[in-house]
Ligand binder design. Structure first.
Ligand code: GTP
Ligand code: MG
Length: 268
């Protein structure tokens, strides 16, 4: 089901900041707050370590931020671990979805529950190095709409993937090329590690199921500039991968929808 990012759905919790006014004109970029969504599905062995590393990196940058752990009702104690961290640090927030699944939907859910001007996402299994965040932020602060932690730009890498997984990934990227906007094409449109300005994605409807929100943002959001920052995709620290046959099917459905949208634009 498509999900719309509507600013009005943000409900401040008791004691939290009040809703900021909508961003108009060119805001002072350095004043923007970052909301980093970390989606989790049974990441109990990783989440504490991820949160510690992200917080120490962002504390050094000095940016205003909040971390939104969006958990789909994990059964391995993930939520309990995050709850303990939220009590130490109110900038860490836990959002639990019951009876729902889907990485893109979880990210959108997190973004719907914040008033931050910079929206971001990273995985909970340490395959995305938190130490890249300052470079990603600095691209936004210097005026980019979207910045991607990229495995496919010079200096990036896929780590220890098998030859088959590399080939499938290259094919999955290749089929996005005609969909992406000329002049704004990303080499790694499948990355799960990126930051985007809120005003570029608000009020756009996105597919909730599936893993590839970035591709939909590249195709359908109001993006005027993109930067890719290389990084080497690490090894999952602990726990099991959630990539599955269903994820591949969701990706195929997304491609069909995006190609159909492209065709109807041409005809109309
Ligand atoms: N909330 C939520 N998070 C999810 C869901 N599926 C995956 N995730 C999280 O999304 C992130 C990426 O999932 P991974 O299983 O690491 O997928 P991947 O990195 O493509 O696959 P590996 O390389 O095998 O790890 C992790 O933080 C997961 O916990 C979901 O349905 N709901
Ligand atoms: Mg992973």
């Amino acid at each position: 089901m498509p999900s719309e990012l509507i600013d009005a759905t943000y409900m401040p919790e008791a004691g939290a900041e009040t809703l900021a006014p909508p961003i108009e004109g060119t805001p002072d970029l350095a004043d923007l707050k970052l909301a980093l969504a970390i989606p989790t599905l049974n990441e109990g062995e990783n989440i504490r370590r991820v949160l510690d590393r992200v917080r120490s990196v962002l504390d050094l940058v000095g940016v205003r931020y909040e971390i939104l752990v969006v958990d789909d009702d994990s059964r391995d104690g993930t939520a309990e671990i995050v709850t303990a961290v939220t009590q130490e640090d109110p900038r860490v927030r836990l959002l639990v979805r019951k009876g729902q699944r889907g990485l893109s939907g979880a990210i959108l859910y997190g973004w719907q529950h914040t008033d931050a001007g910079i929206l971001g996402v990273m995985d909970a299994d340490l395959q995305h190095p938190p130490e890249l965040l300052p470079e990603l932020l600095s691209a936004i602060f210097t005026g980019k709409d979207l910045v991607i932690g990229s495995r496919y730009t010079a200096g990036g890498g896929l780590g220890e993937w098998s030859r088959v997984r590399r080939l499938l990934s290259a094919a999955a990227v290749w089929v996005t090329w005609p969909l992406q906007k000329a002049g704004l094409r990303a080499r790694d449109p499948m990355s799960g590690f990126f930051l985007v300005r809120r005003d570029c994605v608000s009020r756009v409807r996105f597919q909730e199921s599936g893993f590839k929100l970035l591709l939909e943002i590249l195709v359908r959001a109001r993006i005027r500039s993109v930067e890719e920052v290389p990084f080497a995709f690490g090894q999952r620290y602990r726990g099991a991968s959630k990539a599955s046959f269903k994820v591949a099917c969701d990706y195929a459905r997304l491609l069909v929808r995006l190609y159909a949208g492209r065709l109807s634009l041409r005809r109309g």
